[in-house]
Design a protein around this ligand. Structure first.
Ligand SMILES: [Zn+2]
Ligand SMILES: [Zn+2]
Length: 179
């Protein structure tokens, strides 16, 4: 769906769209869409800015930040955005980023595609870090074993009892270093 300036000059647009998995290009290898992406939004022209407000919901498959296992998450987001014509930026203009400018974008030509707006909003809806569970033990940094499923040999290697005092001393030293 294209949100065109020419049409917006005539009237506001409201839309309810559903994007099937695979139809929106998220330019990301970190997640993929697993359920329909539903968008309800309206668009209006304010001066030469396109004002878009609405909400979206979908389901995504993400990777656990600790064990790299696949997680499925429902994602919902409300958004309110302003798009300025690229032509409005003077080349010598210094663009300062203030907080409120985070909701600003740019469009070139006659308008913009809803799918591009939505793709960006899905990125913003993602949590910074996702874990499959707070108890996830992750991967062993030495051998890469998934510690949720197996005990790797690095951790379970029995300590030589004769070396126990040395090991204790090393542990003490480590915890001192950490504090
Ligand atoms: Zn995990
Ligand atoms: Zn290991």
């Amino acid at each position: 769906m294209f949100i065109g300036v020419k049409e917006l000059e005539q009237h506001e647009l409201t839309f309810q769209e559903e994007f099937a998995p695979g139809t929106v290009d998220f330019h990301s290898a970190e997640f993929r869409q697993t359920g329909p992406l539903q968008v309800t939004a309206s668009a209006a022209l304010e001066g030469d800015e396109i004002h878009i407000a609405g909400r979206l919901r979908t389901r995504l498959a993400l990777l656990c930040a600790r064990c790299l296992g696949s997680i499925e998450r429902a994602v919902e987001r409300r958004f309110e955005l302003f798009y300025r014509p690229v032509a409005s930026i003077r080349r010598d203009e210094e663009i300062e980023l203030h907080d409120q400018d985070l909701d600003y974008g740019f469009y070139s030509g006659d308008g913009l595609f809803l799918a591009d707006v939505v793709a960006e909003q899905v990125h913003l809806a993602l949590p910074m870090k996702t874990v499959c569970s707070e108890e996830c033990r992750g991967l062993c940094p030495h051998c890469g074993a998934n510690l949720n499923r197996e005990r790797c040999r690095c951790g379970s290697r029995p300590r030589d009892p004769r070396l126990a005092p040395l090991a204790e001393w090393l542990d003490r030293k480590k915890s001192q270093g950490a504090g």
